[in-house]
Design a protein. Structure first.
Length: 102
């Protein structure tokens, strides 16, 4: 009798250990009868949506360009005069060389 009880307990432990390795996933989706079926858009609706999306993209691009310009402005204030000085010095240096060769 004790051997049978131990055998049953061993079998239950085995089932419990096997159960910990198993996973069951269940997904239920209810199809509502009250939900209307999606209606395909007409050509004019699709064109209007595409135009509106283009306008929105252009607006976003303009705003991003303005932010980029505002971020670039302090750097331009420093680098534009430096660039002008370098260009003037190069013109002067190469201008003298071309006069000497003539």
């Amino acid at each position: 009798m004790t051997a049978e009880i131990e055998a049953y307990e061993s079998r239950i432990r085995d089932w419990n250990s096997r159960r910990s390795y198993s996973t069951v996933s269940l997904t239920l989706t209810e199809l509502g009868e009250d939900e209307p079926l999606p209606v395909e858009k007409t050509l004019s609706e699709r064109m209007k949506e595409a135009f509106d999306n283009s306008i929105q993209w252009l607006k976003d691009f303009g705003q991003n360009a303005a932010v980029f310009g505002a971020a670039l402005l302090p750097r331009l204030i420093i680098w534009v005069p430096v660039l002008i000085i370098v260009i003037v010095l190069l013109r002067v240096a190469f201008g003298r060389r071309s006069k000497k060769t003539k």
